[in-house]
Design a protein around this ligand. Structure first.
Ligand code: SF4
Length: 185
């Protein structure tokens, strides 16, 4: 039996992959992050996740596209209470359904490594989606390994982004101007 590991980007996948290898858990990795904008950044993160997959000799499943209408299609504040709640709901819902319909016994996500993400909300959404689609959610608190994972990413030359992913988080980033410049170059 194999677990499905949702990955938000290469750097955040490094520590979870290392841990899963150490504990002998079989897993495939899945990319599904239509929240990431603009398309240049979506491609850049996927490209770096491919490098992280090659580093660990991991199967990487690539799903979804950069959805220009990701936010326009929903009145997300009313329905979910916050944009991040909607974002987790969409991504974890897809991953849980994919795991259930493709023979995986469980799933988890590299979002659980980041001290900048809403850890408890992610776990809650994953548990709900696990119940909905009849597949196990394996909870990990990967956060103690965040720094180690970032260092590993640096050591193999992975690009490390400065904003979460959506257009709102880009606007809010202290590095906004620098990031926009990097899209040009
Ligand atoms: S800040 Fe991150 S988690 Fe929240 S909506 Fe934007 S991309 Fe999604």
């Amino acid at each position: 039996m194999t677990m499905l590991l949702h990955a938000c980007c290469g750097p955040c996948s490094m520590y979870p992959q290392k841990l899963l290898h150490e504990e002998g858990t079989g897993y495939d990795m899945i990319w599904y992050n239509p929240n990431i904008h603009p398309e240049f950044e979506w491609n850049r993160r996927l490209e770096n996740l491919r490098k992280a997959a090659i580093h660990f000799d991991t199967v990487l499943i690539e799903e979804g596209i950069c959805m220009e209408d990701y936010w326009k299609s929903k009145s997300y504040i009313e329905e979910f209470g916050s944009r991040c709640a909607m974002c987790y709901d969409i991504r974890m819902g897809f991953v849980a359904e994919y795991a259930a319909s493709h023979g995986y016994d469980s799933f988890t996500t590299t979002l659980l490594v980041s001290p900048y993400q809403q850890h408890d909300l992610i776990s809650e959404v994953c548990r709900r989606k696990a119940d909905e689609f009849g597949v196990e959610f394996r909870y990990y608190d990967f956060r103690p390994g965040f720094r180690e994972g970032q260092n590993m990413a640096r050591d193999i030359g992975l690009y490390r982004q400065k904003y979460c992913g959506c257009i709102f988080s880009l606007d809010e980033s202290d590095f906004r101007d620098k990031i926009l410049k990097s899209f040009e170059g």
